[in-house]
Design a protein around this ligand. Structure first.
Ligand code: DC
Length: 223
């Protein structure tokens, strides 16, 4: 196994931002596994599927989807069947449907396999919910990023506002709580702290501070 940095944690802990910055600074390939589940949710919505009762159809989508993550200067471009869906997979609709989609065990099996293959022979930094526990339990670096739920909702709210997304703080907080619950109660791949993972509580830290802390942990193991 090449060098793998695995990062897990709930939504809004800054995983995406931190991972992007560190991948640029340390020359690691950045693999955002949430984007992969988001692609499946987007394709399902496009096909008119709005409930996970249609599990078989969603599994079929996961089997057929061609997901590609391109990294340029740390910026990720997500291609779904050749189409650039980088922006669209962050929509409110996709965010609302992705957690149930990602709770389907067969969908997870297909995505975990894709994630392992994407990392083959590369030095990577991979973030998600089950990277430290299921995808790469043997990763050289395992980090769990955490923060209070109100703080995480505040960050998401600000992010959404910058993107021009119309959602109140209360709606954002409710959405984050609902996603936490779903992510932590999945039958397969539930979010939890892995054995030997270093927990970083980011509630009172700036992005720069978190980045420096995580970098320090990685460089210590990379020696
Ligand atoms: O990190 P994110 O918000 O883009 O993730 C989107 C959803 O996908 C989130 O609800 C949890 C799920 N997910 C998962 O179950 N396993 C992963 N490795 C990554 C994300």
């Amino acid at each position: 196994m090449a060098f793998v940095v695995a990062i897990d944690g709930p939504a809004g802990t800054g995983k995406g931002t931190i991972t992007k910055l560190i991948s640029q600074e340390l020359g690691l390939v950045n693999i955002d596994t949430g984007a992969m589940y988001r692609c499946i949710a987007l394709e399902a919505i496009r096909k008119g599927i709005t409930s996970i009762e249609q599990e078989q159809e969603i599994i079929q989508i996961a089997r057929e989807a061609k997901i590609q993550i391109n990294n340029e200067n740390g910026n990720q471009q997500i291609l779904l069947n050749g189409e650039d869906v980088t922006q669209e997979i962050r929509s409110k609709e996709v965010s609302g449907f992705v957690s149930p989609v990602s709770s389907i065990p067969k969908v997870r099996e297909i995505m975990v396999d894709l994630q392992r293959r994407s990392a083959q022979g590369k030095d990577v930094i991979m973030e998600g919910r089950d990277i430290t526990t299921v995808v790469f339990p043997e990763a050289q670096v395992k980090i769990y990023l955490d923060a209070d739920v109100e703080e995480r909702a505040k960050r998401r709210f600000k992010e959404n506002q910058e993107k021009g997304m119309a959602m109140t703080y209360e709606e954002t907080l409710e959405a984050v709580k609902k996603r936490d619950y779903n992510d932590m109660h999945k039958k397969v791949g539930a979010l939890k702290i892995a054995e030997n993972a270093v927990v970083v509580d980011t509630t009172k830290m700036t992005i720069e501070e978190v980045k420096e802390k995580v970098k320090e942990i990685i460089l210590e193991r990379r020696k």
